[in-house]
Design a protein around this ligand. Structure first.
Ligand code: BG6
Length: 489
C-alpha cells in the first residue's frame, strides 16, 4: 500500500478557539505520537499572515502539559515546522483552490486524507464547504469536516443547515462536535454505569429519585456578548452539552460500544422525552453588583448587548423521560454564567431505604440520609458517593460521608483536554462522540417549542447578582418536584 498523508486544515485559524484549543490539542496529539507519520497542519483565515507568523501565533499558546523537558521544546519545534498558513476569503473558490494546490504539493504520490476543522461561525459553513474542494473527487483518501455549534437556533434553522451541508458532504463526512462528550468524566459515565454491579441494576426509577445536571461559570459573557445574546444559555449549554450528558446517562444499554449502537440509543431516549413546558423552566440574567471595592458588570452592561436584552444567562429546567425506566423521575438541569463558582457535575439522588431501621437517628430530615452519587466533570475530576455511617463512639450518631475517587490523587497524569480526544477520534474515523443528524434533530425538537414560547411571550428573566447562586426561582422549580439541588444543600 502506498504511504498516506494527513492534512488538517483549520479554517478560522486566527480565531480564539483555534488558538486556545485546536492547535494546542493537535500539538498534544503529536507529542503523544498519536498523529500519523506524515501529517501537515494548515491554517486558513482572512488575516494576512506568513507561515512564520502563524507559527509564532501558535507557539504562544502551546504548553508542555506532559513534561517540561527540553524534549518538549524540540517537539514543539518539529510540530511548528509542519504548520503552514494560507490567507483567503471564506467564500472564494480561487483562494481555496490555491490552498488545494499547496495541499497537493504535500500529498504528492501519497494516499491523501483531509480533515477540515471549521472554526468559524456556522453562517459561513456552507460557503466554505462549497469552495474548499472538500468534495474534490480526485482525492483518493477520506475527507472529513468537523463543525461546532451553534447548529442553528431551533429545529427549522438546524435542519436547514443540515440540508445545506448535505448538498456537499455525506453524513459520514460531517463530524459535529460537542466538546463535553470529549471530557474525561463524561467518557467515564458509561464505564461507571455499565461495568459496576453496584450501580447498573440501580439505574432506573426503582432506585433513583432524581438526576441533576449542573453547569456553572464564575464569569460572565465578557467579550462574547454579541454571539451570546443571539443564543442565550439554553441554546449555549442546555440543548447540547447538558442534554448530551443526559442522553448518555439515561439511554438503554446499547448493543455494543460501536458508534451507531450508542447513537441509536441516545436518539431513542431523546425522542422519549416530554417536550419542555414553560412552567418547568426558570430563566435568569445576571445584574451588576459590587462587593467591597470591586464591582462586577451586569449582562446588559456589555457594550455588545442591547440594554433591554432579556436573553437568559441562567436557566433551570425539569425534564421527563416517558419510558418504562424513567417514568416520573425528574431530570433537572441548571446552567448559568456569572455565578459563585465554576463547576460542571452530574448528581444522582437515590430513593430512601424502605423501612429504614435508623430512621429516627436522622431526625425529621430523612432526605439527608439518601445516597447521592456525584460525577464532578470539572474542575478537579472526581466521582464520589455519599453514604451513611456511624460516627465512632459509644453512642449511635449517624453521619453522611463521601467515598471519594479524586482522579488527581489516584492517577499522577494530566487529564487530556476534550479536544484532544475528539480530534484523535475524527482522524481515526470514530464517530461515537460526534452528534448524528437525527440526534441533533431530536435535541432541537425537545427545546424548540419552549424557546419559541419564551421569545413570543417575552418572558423576563429573574435578575440575580453577579457571583451569586442564581435566581431563587430555581429552588422553587426543584421543590415542585420534591427535589433539592445537591450542589447547594
Ligand atoms: C461553550 C459555550 O460551548 O462551552 C461557552 O459556548 C462555555 O459559553 C463553554 O463557556 C464551556 O466549556 P468548558 O469546557 O470551559 O466548560
Amino acid at each position: 500500500a502506498s504511504e498516506s498523508m494527513l492534512s488538517i486544515t483549520v479554517v478560522g485559524a486566527s480565531g480564539d478557539l483555534a488558538k486556545k484549543k485546536i492547535f494546542p490539542a493537535l500539538f498534544a496529539l503529536y507529542y503523544e505520537d498519536c498523529l500519523p507519520k506524515n501529517f501537515t497542519v494548515f491554517g486558513y483565515a482572512r488575516t494576512k499572515m506568513t507561515d512564520e507568523e502563524l507559527r509564532d501565533m501558535i507557539s504562544a499558546t502551546l504548553t508542555c502539559r506532559i513534561d517540561k523537558s527540553e524534549n518538549c521544546e524540540d517537539k514543539m519545534e518539529q510540530f511548528l515546522s509542519r504548520c503552514y498558513y494560507h490567507s483567503g476569503l471564506y467564500d472564494s473558490e480561487d483562494n481555496f483552490s490555491e490552498l488545494d494546490t499547496k495541499l497537493r504539493e504535500k500529498e504528492a504520490g501519497k494516499l491523501a486524507h483531509r480533515l477540515f476543522y471549521l472554526s468559524i461561525p456556522p453562517n459561513i459553513f456552507v460557503d466554505v464547504v462549497k469552495c474548499a474542494s472538500i468534495r474534490a473527487s480526485s482525492m483518493k483518501g477520506w475527507t472529513r469536516v468537523i463543525v461546532e455549534k451553534p447548529f442553528g437556533r431551533d429545529s427549522e434553522s438546524s435542519r436547514e443547515l443540515t440540508r445545506s451541508l448535505k448538498r456537499y458532504l455525506s453524513e459520514d463526512q460531517i463530524f459535529r462536535i460537542d466538546h463535553y462528550l470529549g471530557k474525561e468524566l463524561v467518557e467515564n459515565l458509561s464505564v461507571l454505569r455499565f461495568s459496576n454491579l453496584v450501580f447498573e441494576p440501580l439505574w432506573s426509577r426503582n432506585y433513583i429519585r432524581n438526576v441533576q445536571f449542573i453547569f456553572s461559570e464564575d464569569f460572565g459573557t465578557e467579550g462574547r456578548g454579541g454571539y451570546f445574546d443571539h443564543y442565550g444559555i439554553i441554546r449555549d449549554i442546555m440543548q447540547n452539552h447538558l442534554l448530551q450528558i443526559l442522553a448518555l446517562f439515561a439511554m438503554e444499554t446499547p448493543v455494543s460500544l460501536d458508534a451507531e449502537d450508542i447513537r441509536n440509543e441516545k436518539v431513542k431516549v431523546l425522542r422519549s422525552m416530554r417536550p419542555l413546558q414553560l412552567e418547568d423552566v426558570v430563566v435568569g440574567q445576571y445584574k451588576g453588583h459590587s462587593k467591597g471595592s470591586r464591582s462586577y458588570p451586569g449582562y446588559t452592561d456589555d457594550p455588545t448587548v442591547p440594554n433591554d436584552s432579556i436573553t437568559p444567562t441562567f436557566a433551570a429546567a425539569a425534564l421527563f423521560i416517558n419510558n418504562a425506566r424513567w417514568d416520573g423521575v425528574p431530570f433537572l438541569m441548571k446552567a448559568g454564567k456569572a455565578l459563585h463558582t465554576k463547576r460542571a457535575e452530574i448528581r444522582v439522588q437515590f430513593r430512601h431505604v424502605p423501612g429504614n431501621l435508623y430512621r429516627k437517628n436522622f431526625g425529621t430530615d430523612l432526605d439527608k440520609a439518601t445516597n447521592e452519587l456525584v460525577l464532578q466533570v470539572q474542575p478537579d475530576e472526581a466521582i464520589y458517593l455519599k453514604i451513611n455511617n456511624k460516627v465512632p463512639g459509644l453512642g449511635m450518631r449517624l453521619d453522611r460521608s463521601d467515598l471519594n475517587l479524586l482522579f488527581r490523587a489516584r492517577y499522577p497524569i494530566e487529564v487530556p483536554d476534550a479536544y484532544e480526544r475528539l480530534l484523535l477520534d475524527a482522524v481515526a474515523g470514530e464517530r461515537r462522540l460526534f452528534i448524528r443528524s437525527d440526534e441533533l434533530d431530536a435535541a432541537w425538537a425537545l427545546f424548540t417549542p419552549l424557546l419559541k414560547e419564551l421569545d413570543e411571550k417575552k418572558i423576563a428573566p429573574e435578575l440575580y447578582p453577579y457571583g451569586s447562586r442564581g435566581p431563587v426561582g430555581a429552588h422553587y422549580l426543584a421543590a415542585k418536584y420534591n427535589v433539592r439541588w445537591g450542589d447547594l444543600s
